[in-house]
Write a protein that binds this ligand. Structure first.
Ligand code: PGA
Length: 241
């Protein structure tokens, strides 16, 4: 594991984008594992800027996103589909057919999860997996639990996660209570995992994840088993170390 300490969000975003761009330069048909949330927005802005300046092309990249809310699809502004198109895909040259997220509109959970696992297995292993961390230690939507789950599955979101994500919705009641999420297998199998952590709200979760026991009660702790993990964290996020 390598920890890259940075001063702030902007520096975290710039460093993360450098690593992503280097990945795509060295392997233009990279499989990128992408994440949503506030954390990677700045990283995506740097990627868009590099594309617009003609420094990079994503035309041969494939992407696999971590998760999607059950019941939401591309037309819902709070969906992760919408987030990805709005923040990244619309502004770069990735081909729409190569940009993948779980199908939140497919309410047959078993079918939705099986299809996503098939896709991940067809495209994988992921070359570079971008990850954020929840204030409760979740990665993707693998919430604290008494067991780890390997493959794509449906999860009940915890009250804490619903509270954290309420800011993206008009009302708390609008936040979906379930999501489809990748399991731990493709995350651990990614050739490089890039964990981005910013702000004091993540300090406790980050410290427990990297220094505590490996336990499903702190899902990100499983990253201690990753062979090639880079953590880019700002001062506030590293304050418990
Ligand atoms: P955030 O979410 O980037 O919006 O803080 C991260 C996460 O929940 O994984």
């Amino acid at each position: 594991m390598k920890i890259i300490p940075v001063a702030n969000y902007e520096e975290m975003s710039a460093r993360a984008a450098e690593i992503l761009l280097e990945q795509v330069r060295s392997k233009p048909d990279s499989v990128l594992g992408l994440a949503t949330g506030s954390t990677p927005v700045g990283t995506y802005q740097h990627m868009v800027a590099a594309y617009q300046q003609g420094k990079i092309s994503f035309a041969h990249c494939r992407s696999i996103n971590l998760d999607e809310y059950v019941g939401l699809g591309p037309g819902d502004t709070a969906s992760y589909h919408y987030f990805m198109w709005h923040n990244l895909f619309h502004h770069i040259d990735i081909r729409p057919e190569n940009a993948h997220l779980p199908d939140g509109k497919n309410l047959d959970a078993q079918d939705a999860c099986t299809r996503y696992d098939q896709l991940v297995s067809d495209l994988g292993p992921i070359d570079l997996q971008v990850l954020g961390i929840g204030s409760n230690g979740h990665i993707a939507f693998n919430e604290p639990s008494d067991h780890f789950v390997a493959d794509t599955h449906i999860v009940d979101l915890t009250d804490g996660t619903i509270n954290d994500n309420q800011r993206f919705f008009a009302r708390r009641e609008d936040v979906p209570t379930q999501a489809y999420t990748l399991g731990m297998r493709p995350i651990l199998n990614a050739k490089l995992a890039l964990l981005l952590v910013t702000g004091p709200g993540k300090a406790e979760a980050l410290h427990r994840s990297l220094t505590g026991p490996i336990t499903p009660a702190v899902p990100a702790s499983i990253l201690q088993l990753h062979d090639n993990l880079i953590v880019i964290a700002d001062q506030a996020a590293l304050s418990k170390f």
